[in-house]
Design a protein around this ligand. Structure first.
Ligand code: NAI
Length: 253
């Protein structure tokens, strides 16, 4: 029980990776507050999990008031926040800069960058009150490498690494660790959507090509990301802060 007596707040909890983390953290004894924009899916998941160790809140992570009340509701519901997984994200539209519009860029940055910052802004004070904790930000393989046609997403995932490094330095004095998890291609709705956006109509060919250049020769599974999140969330990673953790089948090597 690596998260016994701990409360985790997870955003993007109704999606592929977020939900895998919710389930993994519950197995290890945590209370979990699930946050996502998709209220219907959150309600269905909460019903399926059927435990009072889980609660949910429909939140747009790019809305300051909503994130502020998410942090305070989590404290009211479970008594504090020990783990924060800033995982909600969108891929936006794919396309070269010269074919793209600025609205798409700003929308992706709003959710993927401002959304993470707002989470840090309102969760860190609660974690300080709890005597410390661990923050895991979901960046991406796209946060350490360029990719043609993916400027907004790629830029946002690079940005949160910088944010993580600064936050880690600010937070050691509060006994709070901050790291990023950087998944490579993982079997989720998002990966299919990115493939379709880059090469319309040939998502399967795209997957075959990407798997062929991935040293481990396959897409990853959501549980493989959740296991790394669990390690960083737990006290097993007590000397880890300010770092980028790849879970990508060797893709970035
Ligand atoms: P997903 O699309 O299954 O899950 C994303 C979740 O975020 C969805 O449930 C969605 O409703 C929620 N969300 C989107 N905008 C939101 C907002 N403004 N406020 C609150 N919730 C919002 O995708 P997946 O794959 O589970 O993605 C999770 C994270 O992992 C994202 O940050 C993504 O960029 C990152 N990632 C995913 C990879 C993949 O291959 N699937 C690879 C690398 C990173």
């Amino acid at each position: 029980m690596r998260l016994e007596n701990k409360t985790a707040l997870i955003t993007g909890a109704a999606g592929g990776i977020g939900l895998a983390a919710v389930k993994r953290f519950l197995q290890e004894g945590a209370n979990v507050m699930m946050a996502d924009m998709d209220e219907e899916r959150l309600a269905a998941v909460a019903k399926e999990l059927a435990t009072d160790k889980v609660a949910y809140m429909a939140v747009d992570v790019s809305d300051e008031q909503q994130v502020k009340s998410l942090a305070s509701s989590t404290v009211e519901t479970f008594g504090g926040i020990n783990v924060f997984v800033a995982n909600a994200g969108i891929e936006g539209k794919m396309g070269e800069i010269i074919d793209s519009d600025v609205d798409n860029l700003m929308k992706v940055l709003d959710v993927n960058v401002k959304g993470v910052w707002l989470g840090l802004r309102y969760v860190i004070p609660a974690m300080k009150d709890a005597g410390g904790g661990s923050i895991v930000i979901t960046s991406s393989g796209a946060g350490v490498k360029g990719a043609a046609g993916m400027v907004p997403y790629n830029t946002s995932k690079h940005a949160v690494i910088g944010m993580m490094r600064c936050a880690a330095l600010e937070c050691t004095k509060y006994n709070i660790r901050v790291n990023t998890v950087n998944p490579g291609p993982i079997e989720t709705r998002m990966m299919d959507s990115i493939a379709e956006g880059l090469v319309p109509g040939s998502a399967n060919d795209f997957r075959n090509q990407l798997e062929a250049i991935t040293p481990m020769g396959r897409y990853g599974k959501v549980d493989e990301v959740a296991n790394l999140m669990l390690f960083l969330a737990s006290d097993e990673s007590s000397y880890c802060t300010g770092s980028v953790y790849m879970v990508d089948g060797g893709n970035a090597t």
